[in-house]
Write a new protein. Structure first.
Length: 103
């Protein structure tokens, strides 16, 4: 995933999202093991913003990706939260967020 994101002033500090195939099968119990809360984190130090991506609820087929935009490490009050059900939606949402915050 990280090689597909148009980052200009941010770094990918954590990435297991790249291990998830573009088309994944939620009926495969073995695959659900990869759908966890900590999948991707992008940091932009100049504006003290973190983009955090996880699957909620963790390991559950009826979950979804949650994208949280955190500023000044205030995890209790995200600037914004978005959701996506598949990788195509997630990629588009991430690109929109990166553009919006000039990351």
């Amino acid at each position: 995933m990280q090689n597909k994101l148009p980052l200009s002033r941010s770094i990918v500090s954590y990435d297991t999202l790249s291990n998830i195939p573009e088309e994944f099968d939620l009926s495969n119990d073995d695959f659900l093991f990869f759908l966890k809360e900590d999948l991707l984190q992008i940091q932009c130090s100049p504006i003290n913003v973190i983009i955090d991506v996880g699957w909620y609820p963790e390991f559950e087929a009826d979950g979804q990706f949650r994208i949280s935009i955190i500023q000044n490490e205030d995890w209790e009050n995200p600037l914004e939260e978005q959701t996506a059900r598949n990788m195509t939606q997630l990629r588009k949402t991430l690109k929109d967020i990166i553009e919006k915050y000039s990351l």
